[in-house]
Ligand binder design. Structure first.
Ligand SMILES: [Zn+2]
Length: 138
């Protein structure tokens, strides 16, 4: 299973900590200090208490697969990719996010499998989403 290329995304200022963090090999989520909890998807104001969100937190970059799908026929820039895995990953201490998961052994994929962020260089064009790999020690 493979990783996905970068794509041109329309990003808002609130999105930048997350995508900039990925390019440093970190998972960074926006954080409401009033609620002491994440705000996901990133927003300028907390979705619970409506306070302005000015902060972010760097998470451990580990979590578990909440759900996943092996995509055999992608669209657009993903059309010519070999099968790839899209998953919802429940981050330790954070939200559940959509991510790409690479696995040498697809049989290792399962709901509940532990995963860890796999750092990768910034794509030549666009932005890449989060990439995780199965890591039983995570
Ligand atoms: Zn709040």
């Amino acid at each position: 299973m493979t990783d996905l290329p970068g794509v041109e995304l329309t990003l808002y200022p609130e999105d930048l900590p997350f995508f900039d963090g990925l390019e440093r090999g970190e998972v960074v989520v926006t954080w409401c200090d009033h609620c002491d909890d994440h705000v996901w998807p990133p927003r300028s104001h907390c979705i619970r208490c409506y306070s302005p969100v000015a902060g972010s937190r760097t998470l451990a970059g580990t979590g578990e697969i909440y759900s996943y799908s092996v995509v055999h026929r992608g669209e657009g820039v993903f059309a010519k990719r070999p099968p790839y895995v899209l998953a919802y990953v429940s981050l330790d201490g954070g939200p559940t996010i959509m991510a790409n998961v690479v696995a040498d052994d697809p049989a290792a994929l399962a709901v509940g499998a532990r995963v860890r962020l796999r750092p990768r260089p910034a794509p030549a064009t666009g932005r890449a989403g989060a990439l995780f790999a199965v890591d039983p020690s995570a």
